[in-house]
Design a protein around this ligand. Structure first.
Ligand SMILES: [Zn+2]
Length: 232
């Protein structure tokens, strides 16, 4: 019991921290977002909702600068003001922004967004719990081990999630008549933007695998599904 109690306390504290950060994130999103009101984009989300047999897809603009898209566990999709501005400036097309919405919808549909909250806001809580537990048994290098374990879990989780969300988006974009073209052109565009801005990587790319590998994965799916459709 003497050994167990501190561990239970550490886990309890970690869970509390995690709940708190999820709650803070949700409040932040609620307070700083407004529903998307662009007629062209709304038409595209209606097309995607139709393909999914959903009454509607709720998309919001989140008032922050970094170019990013997020999915809340309750199914709402958020596009940052910075990303939306790129669309308004003509740097990103409506179809390309729709591919971001489709990708984020994939995270919701595949149940990633609930897990991703850990990635998003609670990763420190996990690290801390591990640090307290591992550090108790292995002094000094315990912190180092906890850090490695945390980043291993996070990296594995996000990499496979991204490919799955991409595949979902490819299928949805094809089914709703938008096609996978914009999904691929956006990756190329964002990567180019990264280079011209001298290392200012859009957050949406930073948290995701390499653009070239993602494009290749989408093309494999297009070929596979194309064959299946022709065969049918
Ligand atoms: Zn993603």
């Amino acid at each position: 019991m003497k050994l167990l109690l501190p561990i239970l306390l550490a886990i309890g504290y970690g869970l509390l921290m995690y709940r708190l950060s999820v709650w803070r994130t949700k409040r932040q999103l609620d307070a700083n977002s407004t529903e998307l009101a662009d007629p062209i984009l709304n038409q595209l989300t209606r097309q995607m909702a139709g393909a999914l047999d959903l009454p509607r897809i709720r998309v919001f603009i989140y008032e922050i600068e970094p170019v990013n898209g997020l999915a809340a566990p309750d199914g709402r999709i958020f596009i940052t003001r910075g990303f939306y501005q790129k669309y308004r400036n003509g740097e990103v097309t409506a179809d390309e922004l729709a591919s971001v919405i489709a990708h984020e919808l994939g995270h919701v549909a595949l149940g990633h967004s609930r897990r991703r909250m850990i990635d998003f806001s609670g990763q420190n809580a996990l690290r801390m719990v591990l640090m307290m537990i591992v550090g108790r048994f292995i002094p000094f290098i315990g912190i180092w081990i906890a850090n490695i374990l945390t980043s291993l879990v996070a990296a594995r989780m996000s990499r496979s999630d991204e490919y799955e969300a991409d595949a979902y988006a490819t299928a949805l974009l094809i089914k709703s008549g938008i096609g996978a073209g914009p999904q691929k052109s956006l990756f190329t565009k964002l990567e180019r933007l990264t280079k011209t801005n001298a290392g200012a990587v859009p957050a949406w790319l930073l948290s995701h695998p390499k653009a070239q590998e993602r494009i290749a994965a989408i093309e494999t799916l297009e070929r596979k599904w194309g064959q299946a459709l022709r065969g049918a």
